[in-house]
Design a binder for this molecule. Structure first.
Ligand SMILES: [Zn+2]
Length: 370
């Protein structure tokens, strides 16, 4: 593999600085793209030796996933891999040509979590080329559940029942017959990443930090020297990550998530390289917004219970969703499921904090102000 064509970033870093990393990225052809759509296909240099490749997804909700290419001597390390789709594979290979490289130059995949849009393309490429794949150690229970033939959404279905959201569950089942839930994500990685694992690359050190919440085994990768945070789905610039959407969710995924946000907030601030959305200057700025969002959300949930909403489904129906403040019934079924589960997470955390009391009645959890 030849060294990166120095089109974009190097010139940009040495020349006049872009107005803001938030709105300005540099394509390796050398052209500035100001305020460009982050899902636009291509190879975008975001720091010396680090490139962002957005890959398409089959769902329109998230639109794309960023794979980050880190140069490692005369090879490459990929952080996340995309969804195993032919079109995503094609985009990835096309973008790597910008580095005079191809998939055989990829030495390993470091994957932030087990969701299909991050993990499955690495598995597909490994089957073909033997490229080693590493994944957070605490994803093992979920992969083991899938490996044992467990139905991937069974935990979510159970939670919808407890949340009193039978209508959402009925729509979900009508929409997705059980067989279609099955996904080829059950294969184990070659390496389980423990918290604090150090990956020594040529001229660069990446440290894995365990950030449970989005999933229990989620990890981010920190490049201390370059001031970069490869955040996966832990910190996203435009949306709040879903919580505990995984085959084996922990008891209080929201508590884990808030703890992980605070842990990353205590580390030095770094540029945010998210899996969905554009690269921004400051991870801390976005973490503060996310923490504030969940503080407000906890208050709103407590108020809704005070006003008589008794189940997570009823509370979710009283809240506004998305940045456009839409009511629950205007979300698609899949997002209604995520919304109800997230509401249940907030209510259960309020219960643990002593602000609410809960009791299960006929399999449905009811809340009241403590
Ligand atoms: Zn995810």
């Amino acid at each position: 593999m030849a060294p990166a064509r120095s089109g974009g970033c190097r010139r940009a870093l040495e020349g006049p600085p872009p107005a803001s990393w938030l709105t300005c990225e540099v394509v390796t052809s050398g052209a500035f793209v100001v305020g460009a759509d982050w899902t636009e296909p291509g190879l975008f240099t975001v720091a010396p030796g680090v490139h962002r490749i957005p890959l398409p997804l089959p769902t329109d909700g998230l639109r794309a996933v960023n794979v980050y290419v880190v140069e490692d001597g005369n090879g490459l390390v990929l952080i996340d891999s995309g969804w195993a789709l032919e079109v995503a594979r094609h985009h990835l290979e096309a973008a790597l040509i910008g580095l005079d490289a191809g998939l055989p130059d990829v030495r390993r995949f470091l994957v932030t979590h087990l969701h299909r849009d991050h993990y499955t393309q690495a598995l597909a490429i490994r089957r073909e080329l033997g490229t080693p794949v590493a994944l957070g150690a605490d994803e093992k229970p979920s992969l083991t559940r899938l490996d044992a033939g467990g139905e991937p959404l069974s935990a979510q279905r159970d939670r919808l029942v407890v949340a009193g959201a039978q209508p959402v569950l009925d729509r979900l089942l009508a929409m997705m017959p059980l067989a279609e839930h099955r996904a080829r994500t059950e294969e184990y990685p070659d390496e389980w990443i423990a918290d604090g694992t150090v990956f020594e690359l040529t001229g660069r050190t990446l440290t894995a930090v365990h950030t449970p919440g989005h999933t229990r085994g989620h990890v981010v990768f920190v490049d201390n020297e370059a001031g970069l945070l490869f955040a996966g789905d832990h910190v996203l610039p435009h949306i709040t990550p879903s919580i505990g959407f995984e085959p084996v969710p922990p008891e209080l995924a929201l508590r884990d998530f808030l703890g992980s946000l605070e842990a990353v907030r205590r580390m030095p601030d770094r540029r945010l390289l998210p899996a969905h959305g554009p690269v921004t200057d400051s991870a801390h700025t976005r973490i503060d917004q996310l923490l504030e969002h969940h503080r407000t959300r906890l208050e709103d949930c407590a108020v809704a219970v005070g006003q008589g909403a008794g189940t997570a489904y009823q509370v979710a129906g009283m809240l506004a969703w998305t940045r456009r403040f839409r009511p629950l019934d205007q979300l698609d079924t899949f997002n209604q499921m995520l919304a109800v589960i997230e509401t249940a997470e907030h209510l259960d955390l309020l219960t643990v904090q002593g602000r609410l009391r809960s009791a299960d009645l006929d399999g449905v959890r009811h809340y009241e102000v403590a």
